[in-house]
Design a protein around this ligand. Structure first.
Ligand code: PGA
Length: 256
């Protein structure tokens, strides 16, 4: 049985003071975070330390990026060990903004996912087609390629522990979402390639999230789908009240 998962991706938002305010506000509502679900927040690196101290223990710490080398002359980069020392549990790899704005290739993403999983942390591998690829009907081809490339170096057990986030690029920050049925179809196809490549156990256990303009008022529809295990949320995760609403609406979707 896969536990449902809500992860906030703050991108380049929030100073330390703002992160503290979020954690304090969230701390006043922990009774609304169901013990049946898992939670994560991925702040900028600079806020990891304060959130490690102040986030409710139910909410795991996540990072938005990492470099795959253990150490060395890589100005501006952060290693997996540095994140682990700060109590980080989830690490996003291959977010579309990293792929498109910073030119990260499948090969880089593959090495990041491998480094994260090898250290016992949980990779959140992001995959998704852009608008042009969607219009050309290449969605499944693109996400299947990104999924297989990202997971290539993981064994079956590591895949079972991992998280994949299907985020159509055109839906991120745009206010447009895939329909729940469309997202379910793509996510079912992703689970299918995981099964073909990594086996039944990996496919049955890997958690696959939807992301892209998820809000408290649309998240429940995604959660009614069999293969969607949660959401990776940007904008709507920045406000603690909205984060709590997402958590509660998610549960509403589950009980329908
Ligand atoms: P959004 O971002 O919820 O603001 O669309 C999602 C993401 O980029 O992970």
């Amino acid at each position: 049985m896969r536990r449902k998962l809500l992860v906030g991706n703050w991108k380049m938002h929030k100073t330390v003071a703002e992160s503290r305010a979020f954690a304090e506000e969230l701390g006043r509502h922990t009774d609304k975070l169901s013990p049946e679900m898992d939670f994560g927040v991925c702040p900028p690196f600079t806020s990891l330390q304060i959130l490690r101290v102040l986030l409710p223990t139910r909410v795991e710490l996540g990072a938005q990026n990492v470099h795959f080398e253990p150490k060395g002359a890589f100005t501006g980069e952060i290693s997996v060990e540095m994140l682990a020392e700060l109590g980080v549990h989830y690490v996003i790899a291959g977010h579309s903004e990293r792929r498109h704005v910073f030119n990260e290739s499948d090969a880089w993403v593959r090495q990041k996912v491998h480094a994260i999983a090898s250290a016992g942390l949980v990779p959140i591998l992001c995959v998704g087609e852009d608008l042009r690829q969607r219009e050309l009907n290449h969605t499944l081809r693109v996400v299947e390629r990104q999924t297989l490339a990202g997971l290539a170096e993981l064994n079956e057990e590591q895949v079972a522990q991992a998280v994949i986030a299907y985020e159509p690029v055109w839906a991120i920050g745009s206010g447009m979402t895939a329909t729940a049925e469309d997202a379910e179809n793509v996510i079912t196809a992703i689970r299918g390639v995981v099964k073909a490549e990594k086996g039944d156990y990996a496919a049955a256990n890997v958690r696959i999230l939807y992301g892209g303009s998820v809000k408290p008022d649309n998240i429940a529809a995604f959660m009614t789908q069999t293969n969607i295990d949660g959401a990776l949320v940007g904008g709507a995760s920045l406000d603690a009240k909205s984060y709590v609403q997402l958590a509660q609406s998610m549960l509403g979707g589950l009980s329908e």
